[in-house]
Design a protein around this ligand. Structure first.
Ligand code: CMP
Length: 143
């Protein structure tokens, strides 16, 4: 079954939105298979956001993502990458469709509450950065 890496960023944690966001993903029917409440180190952030190195928002992004705890997760389900990104909404809250997480709760691109892998390749890469294989529980909902 397809898996993806999702991470509630420091703004989502500090605003008390972990439960709301997890609840939306659960209600959709996606399955949580790993979760970790943690502080992202500068080293981890550089690996995770390596593709953005050199962009104007790179340093502010690293400063933000390391500024407080995040809630890192792995979810699974058919088409979970596309489905979770649809629930999250576009990167810029101004472009995010009504009813999406970013439309409903975010104002600014820099503080957009949650990260979601954008491809199968990045999902595998990002899960590997944040989780050891044995930390991802192997199971499928039976109901
Ligand atoms: P995320 O999905 O975590 O991936 C990269 C992050 O960079 C993005 O969410 C935004 O929080 C942040 N960011 C800031 N400015 C931009 C921008 N102009 N384009 C894309 N991402 C941006």
């Amino acid at each position: 079954m397809e898996k993806t890496f999702l991470m509630i960023k420091p703004d989502g944690v500090q605003r008390g939105l972990i439960g709301e966001i997890v609840s939306r993903l659960e209600r959709k029917g996606l399955q949580l298979v790993a979760a970790k409440f943690m502080v992202v180190t500068r080293e981890l952030a550089e690996i995770h956001y390596g593709e953005h190195k050199g962009k104007v928002f790179y340093e502010p992004l690293l400063a933000f993502i390391t500024s407080g705890p995040v809630f890192a997760m792995v979810w699974q389900g058919d088409n979970v990458i596309a489905l979770s990104r649809a629930l999250i909404g576009k990167t810029d809250a101004l472009d995010a469709a009504p009813g999406t997480i970013r439309s409903d709760f975010a104002v600014h691109t820099n503080f957009n509450l949650i990260h979601g892998s954008d491809s199968a390749e990045n999902a595998t890469r990002e899960m590997g950065i944040f989780f050891a294989p044995e930390e991802i529980v192997e199971y499928e909902h039976t109901i």
